[in-house]
Design a protein around this ligand. Structure first.
Ligand SMILES: [Zn+2]
Length: 165
């Protein structure tokens, strides 16, 4: 027998080292080394998908994908809410733990946008509302209300802001 070329590594082998196998319904020559590699790979995939054994490589890739997705999501978010960009968590207005998170501000922001305000006006209004809530807290503190009570009022007022207007 003339030496045959392996479809995988493109090296020539004689009969003992090369075999005909079916790949996608077509008969091809493959050397025993490539065949072994192919079998190991298949087994690995099988283990991974059927056996539930997660390869380290896959876990790393998955984490990479995830962080890529989060990154692009944040980029899209910034593109949609350009004016809220300045509202970073580190800049959040905090009064002893009572503040609106970035997400909460965005809820208000989106609401004002859907009410027909432009982003600048909506951002201004969010700031006004944050100011209103802070004033409320200060007022309640001056009235010597308990922190639990103040926190409850704060949440109620925020819920109201999300509903009305
Ligand atoms: Zn080969």
């Amino acid at each position: 027998m003339k030496p045959k070329t392996c479809i995988e590594c493109h090296e020539e082998f004689t009969k003992k080292k090369i075999q005909r196998i079916k790949i996608n319904g077509k008969k091809q020559w493959m050397c025993v080394f490539c065949k072994r590699k192919r079998r190991d790979k298949k087994r690995d995939i099988l283990l991974h998908t059927v056996g539930g054994v997660r390869r380290k490589e896959d876990i790393i890739n998955e984490a990479k994908e995830k962080s890529k997705r989060i990154f692009s999501f944040q980029r899209v978010k910034r593109a949609i809410f350009p004016s809220i960009k300045s509202v970073r968590p580190k800049k959040r207005v905090s009064v002893l733990g009572m503040y609106l998170t970035r997400e909460e501000k965005q809820i208000l922001f989106k609401k004002y946008l859907s009410n027909g305000l432009n982003p600048e006006e909506a951002d201004k209004k969010v700031k006004e509302r944050v100011g209103f809530l802070l004033n409320l807290i200060q007022k309640l503190r001056a009235e010597k209300k308990s922190e639990g009570e103040i926190n409850k009022r704060f949440k109620e007022e925020f819920a109201k802001l999300c509903e009305k207007e």
